[in-house]
Design a protein around this ligand. Structure first.
Ligand SMILES: [Fe+2]
Ligand SMILES: [Fe+2]
Length: 127
């Protein structure tokens, strides 16, 4: 994803955007490796992306508890669903990686931007 498109998915919450950018960047590199038919590199990058995703989820869920975000339940369920999807990945084709990239962007757009808005609104209220 280019920088201009990424602007639509910014949460403006501390390091969350950097973490999202990092995971998406790893998926992108994975697509490049698939296109070059370098399965070893693709697998390595995918494994790295999974670790980054899991670290991100722990921090993001802690942040949502910290700000007392009320819709954490369904958000967590979607994290679990996406984690399962990543772990069940058996064949690293560029199309499959493109599909999980889109799936992650949909998650950020639908779920992450909700807590971002909640956080922004609650900060404005307390000012
Ligand atoms: Fe999330
Ligand atoms: Fe996120």
């Amino acid at each position: 994803m280019d920088q201009a498109s990424f602007q639509h998915y910014l949460t403006y919450v501390s390091d969350k955007d950097d973490e999202h950018r990092r995971i998406l960047e790893l998926f992108n590199q994975c697509i490049t490796a698939c296109k070059a038919k370098d399965q070893t590199l693709a697998k390595k990058l995918l494994a790295e992306a999974i670790v980054s995703w899991e670290e991100h989820v722990i921090k993001e869920e802690a942040f949502m508890r910290e700000i007392k975000f009320p819709y954490i339940g369904s958000h967590q369920e979607d994290h679990v669903a996406f984690s399962k999807r990543l772990h069940n990945f058996t064949y690293e084709s560029e199309y499959a990686i493109q599909e999980i990239t889109t799936r992650l962007i949909t998650h950020i757009d639908h779920y992450d931007l909700q807590y971002a808005k909640w956080y922004k609104d609650s900060k404005n209220k307390s000012e």
